[in-house]
Design a protein around this ligand. Sequence first.
Ligand SMILES: [Zn+2]
Ligand SMILES: [Zn+2]
Length: 386
Amino acid sequence: MGKHTEWRNMVKKERRRRIRTLKAKEIESSLEYQNWCKEQEALELLEAEQIEKSNKIENDKWVQAEQVALEEWKKIQIKNESLLQKKLQQQAKLKLEWELEKQKREREAERLKEIEEENRKRQEIFMNNLEKFLNGDLMEPPKELLILYESKPNCEPCPFFTKTACCRFGDECSRNHKYPGISKILLAANMFGHFGLENANYNEYDTDIMLEYEDTDTYKDFKDFFLDILPEFQKFGKVVQLKVCNNYEKHLRGNTYIEYADIRSAVQAYRALHSRWYGGKQLSLQFCHLLSWNYAICGLQSSKRCPKGRACNFLHVFKNPVKLHEENRHSERPRSTPSRSWRWSESPERPVTKDKEMEKHSRRSSDSKHRRHRYHRSSSYRKRNG
Ligand SMILES: [Zn+2]
Ligand SMILES: [Zn+2]
């Protein structure tokens, strides 16, 4: 073999080697590539996993938050529901209470109406019996007129009512109040109304104030009052006692007691005056029974030693400006001075001139009974049932 062949062989060899190397390199680079691809794939997978994991966490968080919100919402709904229920219950309760209250008021109104109706009937019967007694010849009143009304027949008698025919508790008093059908004494409750008694700017326990009263306005007005009412009451018969209270206590304030010599006069006065008006107020006249004036009038009043003053539960009375037996004697003669009966009226208004006319007329006519029948009377019932 020549040198050329040898060289060619070497070149070929070298070329093959190079090709092998290249191929090897190719192979190698392809492996690397594959490896890289695998790596990339793994990385992508990992990334995807990571993303999925993170998404799941986010999702879980969201679901959880959603759950919490739902729970909260449910709680609020339950709370609202219970508040609504409570409100409805409260409203139902109020409505029920209101209904019960209304029923109670209606029953009370019904009860009062029944009492009023009963009083009206009793008063009607009473007035009929009075008429019969006055129109008849009997000196003694029929027993229907003596029948007592008792507020609590099975209880002990009320000491105040027994002595003064008045009690601060009215017929709500726990003790018994015994009312006579008729009697010689009439009581006109709160008849003497006076600013000095009603708006007293006084020391309740000042016992002397009214006893030094001769020149006070209250006393002057009392005097007018006394001289005004006395002749009116004397028209029906001989008045043996007339007492006007100056107590401050409401149930005694201005109370006026008129005692007649006989029962027939008292009954006549009652029939004529019980529904009349005096000084703008309707009279509240009733028959009353007193054990004695000494029991009724506070024993310590005159000696100025009553510790209760005019807050006393017994009668503190004005000193009468005239002696009654003298007045009675005078009244038998025709009166020379015009009667001041402007305070009297048949209705709430004060028809001054009309009353003066009537007064003139009454002085001309001796038959006052006949005259009074013609007067309009507003309905009134004795307030014996409180
Ligand atoms: Zn009583
Ligand atoms: Zn007293």
